[in-house]
Design a protein around this ligand. Structure first.
Ligand SMILES: NC(=O)c1ccc[n+]([C@@H]2O[C@H](COP(=O)([O-])OP(=O)(O)OC[C@H]3O[C@@H](n4cnc5c(N)ncnc54)[C@H](OP(=O)(O)O)[C@@H]3O)[C@@H](O)[C@H]2O)c1
Length: 280
């Protein structure tokens, strides 16, 4: 548990919290009773997650919304401020598809991808900044990817959207005041629905698919809660001087700091995640 009382009651907002990395961060922070505002589009799934976490004693509110729908996101962030000052904003919601050679891509599917992965992050940053308390530190963490700086055949949309997240993070950081930190982070390779979709891609759409299948066979994918520990550190305790950086969560000085929690808290968060995922 943190020893900073201001930080302990600060709310963390998580987009894309109904499964995968967002759910991992929600479970990890819920274990230490951090107040949480969870969002995702599927209202039934989100309600199920929030209700279950509350039944374990977690302090959780939720608003089902599309991350690029600014009025809806404004309602979510407004509801979060009713819980306490917003200390962390995890712009995590994201999609992979459309995947395939550029000539085969459907332009409207490309635009829809950009709306979630780029406009969604823009809206998340705007709303976190609009709802911040000036005297309180705010840490915004934009979930990017190694694909932001390395091209993969078939991933024109995904690589472009994550590169956009990185540069938008840099601009937002230049504009921000000294109490605000805005970073982009490549979280690592984590076993989520997105990775399962990647492994099922046909080779003609994604020629590097075998590399991702091998990572799974070799047991190299992280559990979402293990990734969450680094993201939670960035959201709650990382130095504000990191602002503007594109960080690799597996290095770059990103600490897998447990905020005073022991191994039993990690096991509990993994247990909660596994129960919630099994029921999905
Ligand atoms: N898994 C990895 O190895 C990996 C590696 C690098 C980066 N990432 C990034 O990490 C983030 C999370 O990925 P993940 O692997 O956890 O994916 P995931 O398992 O597919 O989860 C995605 C989450 O985002 C939500 N979401 C999707 N579109 C949304 C929208 N338009 N509005 C609001 N919520 C939306 C989903 O819920 P609804 O569908 O109900 O909205 C879900 O909660 C993404 O930004 C991804 O690019 C993942």
């Amino acid at each position: 548990m943190s020893h900073d009382p201001m930080q302990d009651r600060a709310v963390v907002v998580i987009t894309g919290a109904s499964r995968g990395i967002g759910l991992g961060v929600a479970c990890w922070l819920a274990v230490s009773r951090c107040p949480l505002m969870l969002t995702a589009r599927d209202a039934t799934e989100l309600e199920r997650v929030a209700t279950w976490l509350r039944s374990q004693g977690a302090v959780v509110e939720h608003v089902a919304c599309d991350v690029a729908d600014e009025p809806a996101m404004a309602r979510a962030l407004g509801a979060a401020t009713a819980m306490g000052p917003i200390g962390g904003m995890l712009n995590n919601a994201g999609v992979l598809e459309p995947v395939g050679p550029i000539q085969s891509l459907d332009v409207s599917a490309f635009e829809s991808h950009m709306r979630t992965n780029v406009t969604g992050v823009l809206v998340g940053m705007r709303q976190a900044l609009a709802h911040r308390k000036p005297e309180h530190p705010l840490r915004i963490v934009n979930v990017s990817s190694g694909a932001a700086t390395r091209g993969y055949r078939g991933w024109a949309a995904y690589c472009a959207s994550k590169a956009a997240v990185n540069i938008m993070t840099q601009v937002a950081s230049l504009e921000a005041d000294s109490m605000t930190s805005i970073v982009a982070v490549a979280p690592g390779i984590i076993e989520t629905r997105m990775q399962r979709i990647i492994r099922e891609m046909p080779e003609d759409r994604f020629p590097d698919v075998d590399d991702f299948r091998k990572l799974k066979q070799q047991g190299e994918l992280l559990h979402p809660v293990d990734a969450a520990i680094a993201l939670a550190w960035l959201l709650r305790t990382a130095p504000l001087s990191l602002s503007g950086r594109f960080l690799d969560a597996r290095g770059d000085g990103v600490l897998r700091d447990r905020n005073g929690e022991g191994e039993s808290a990690v096991l509990r968060a993994k247990q909660w995640f596994d129960v919630l995922e099994a029921e999905a």
